[in-house]
Design a binder for this molecule. Structure first.
Ligand SMILES: [Fe+2]
Length: 281
């Protein structure tokens, strides 16, 4: 590696030492991608980075998602900063992989901390490769070919149990997908695909399905697979969405907590038999 790095926990997360000009030059890009593959999360402390620099840094790592609000998305309940954030942020309090409504999910995201709450708001990450690797062989064989229905309505209902008709209609409009339970990556490694959008296992009755998904979520979120990031201002955290599940611990929504996020597009389908057709659908 071209930079100093230490493990944040034995199985997930690395802390690296880097200066902003080196990050912006792209000289670390290949090593950063390798570290993200191996460790799922990379954190850097004390990086004073503005939006333009964050976007430039993101472009060194891959293709950047340009949403309707541009290449920086402000994660906050503060309506002045993000008018729609409050309508979706609560869903991030539950374990998920981003964009299970696509066949090809986003590759990674970069967050920089701008405003923090005195308590709460830590982001938790699971290394879904490690969670798979440690499964008993009998489970690996059992899960190998299983498929799971994913639906954003399920994900949002967990966070907003009493939705308006307008909310429901919006969620129902989002694509429903079937993804494998085990992601057979092109690298030859495997990871678990678990998320709050997971509705039911294909071919199982509701009870059996709920029990299996619940058991796997409990397994994957055991402390040895989890890194909890306690935010400080000027932290920069990158996570590999193809090898991690994440959630945010509850925090006071009125405090103005704000993180700036840049997202990198993916190029690896959940299901290795599928193409990349709907990447930006
Ligand atoms: Fe997320």
């Amino acid at each position: 590696m071209s930079f100093a790095h230490t493990e944040l926990t034995p199985r997930v997360g690395s802390l690296i030492e880097a200066e902003l000009p080196d990050l912006l030059s792209g000289k670390y890009a290949v090593d950063l991608r390798d570290l993200l593959e191996e460790r799922s999360v990379v954190a850097i402390r004390g990086i004073e980075i503005d939006d333009e620099q964050q976007i430039a840094f993101a472009h060194t790592l891959g293709e950047v998602e340009a949403s309707v609000v541009g290449e920086i998305y402000k994660v906050t309940f503060d309506k002045k900063e993000n008018p729609v954030g409050a309508a979706i942020n609560r869903a991030t309090f539950f374990w998920h992989i981003d964009r299970t409504d696509l066949d090809v999910p986003t590759y990674a995201s970069i967050l920089s901390a701008k405003v923090l709450t005195p308590t709460g708001g830590e982001t938790e990450f699971v290394n879904t490769y490690a969670a798979y690797d440690d499964l008993p062989d009998a489970d690996k064989a059992l899960l190998d070919e299983m498929q799971v229905h994913h639906c954003m309505e399920t994900a949002f209902l967990e966070a907003f149990p009493n939705p308006s008709e307008k909310q429901l209609a919006a969620w129902q409009h989002m694509p429903k997908k079937i993804h494998p339970l085990v992601w057979h990556h092109r690298s030859g490694r495997n990871s678990l695909i678990l998320s709050n959008s997971a509705t039911a296992v294909v071919g199982m009755d509701e009870k059996e399905s709920r029990e299996l998904l619940g058991r796997l979520l409990a397994w994957a979120t055991q402390p040895q697979f989890v890194y909890v990031h306690e935010w400080e201002i000027n932290d920069l955290v990158i996570w590999n969405n193809t090898g991690a599940m994440h959630r945010v611990r509850e925090y006071d929504p009125d405090y103005g907590r704000r993180l700036h996020r840049t997202t990198l597009l993916g190029d690896e389908p959940f299901d290795s038999r599928k193409g990349q057709d709907d990447r930006e659908a």
